[in-house]
Design a binder for this molecule. Structure first.
Ligand SMILES: C[S@@+](CC[C@H](N)C(=O)[O-])C[C@H]1O[C@@H](n2cnc3c(N)ncnc32)[C@H](O)[C@@H]1O
Length: 284
């Protein structure tokens, strides 16, 4: 069968579950993964045929999409800040909002004439997307990253190798840490921040497949990671050091108040591309 003809079957099979644009984007991601062809290549090679082996693979992928498995987990990879990342069910799929966080850090800290290299720490690193993207763009920086999940760190380490980025990964439970035992110029974190009461608005592909350890916090203490990390940052940031957070869009004011209460300066609440409160930047 011609690949271009199979596209009609693919669209039809998934049409009751996803919108057309999303199905089309799945189609081209799978074409690239299975056939090594970009969208433009397929347009230039309209007679590309699906053989029996590939057809079986397409059918398996369709079955997984039908049970809402995220396409990134099915294909085992995604892109973040223009870089390739391996993903699996032990790590959160990096989000576009987090690319905005990386972008902000880079635009604030492109300083090349510092006497010492910038020392950066990412807390709750998951796939390693934040520290790897930072290291690739600030090659002189010394970059560290913590996670409590050993399995997440296995994937993060593979991603650092894949991207040829030197990142020092540390297995640590941040909630049971009273001192980071090193000083940093920048601490960044996208910690778990979704309350159980927000579960109703979460899509099944996220709820069923992404690690709950990465997502959820107790409704009664939703800012626990922010409190702990701000307390550690107060102790372990160098003078004028900077702290960056991705935050729960519904808790912007509360998170700002928490950070203010620790005496941080220049606390800025920043919206993401969708207009939601999403990032806080501040300095000691
Ligand atoms: C929202 S995910 C962020 C992952 C990644 N930084 C990103 O932006 O895609 C939060 C991460 O925090 C980690 N985490 C959860 N509890 C933790 C703890 N007590 N100490 C350290 N890391 C923790 C999870 O394993 C998860 O990888």
């Amino acid at each position: 069968m011609l690949l271009k003809n199979y596209k009609t079957i693919f669209l039809h099979e998934l049409s009751s579950l996803y919108d057309d644009k999303e199905i089309e984007s799945f189609f081209y991601l799978i074409v690239e993964k299975l056939h090594g062809l970009k969208r433009i290549d397929l347009a230039l090679q309209p007679e590309t045929v699906i053989d029996g082996v590939h057809l079986k693979q397409w059918k398996n992928i369709v079955s997984e999409l039908k049970i809402y498995k995220p396409i990134q987990y099915i294909l085992g990879e995604t892109e973040f800040y223009g870089l390739p990342f391996l993903v699996n069910e032990n790590v959160l799929i990096p989000r576009p909002e987090t690319e905005e966080l990386v972008d902000l850090i880079l635009s604030n800290n492109r300083i090349t004439d510092l006497p010492n290299p910038l020392k950066i720490l990412d807390i709750g690193t998951g796939s390693g997307c934040i520290p790897i993207a930072l290291k690739k763009n600030l090659p002189n920086a010394e970059v560290y990253a913590i996670d409590v999940s050993e399995k997440a760190l296995v994937t993060a380490t593979k991603n650092a190798e894949l991207n040829k980025a030197e990142v020092h990964f540390i297995l640590k439970n941040i909630l049971q840490t009273n001192d980071l035992e090193q000083q940093f110029d920048i601490i960044v974190s996208n910690p778990p921040y979704v309350r159980n009461l927000e579960k109703a608005e979460i899509n099944p592909n996220v709820l069923e497949y992404e690690p709950h350890l990465a997502l959820f916090v107790d409704d009664n203490d939703a800012l626990l990671f922010y409190r702990k990390i701000t307390e550690l940052a107060k102790k372990n940031l160098n003078p004028n050091g900077k702290l960056y957070f991705e935050i729960n869009q519904y808790l912007g004011k509360e998170t700002v108040a928490l950070i203010d209460s620790f005496g941080f300066k220049n606390v800025r609440l920043i919206k993401d591309i969708y207009g939601n409160d999403r990032i806080i930047s501040t300095s000691l």
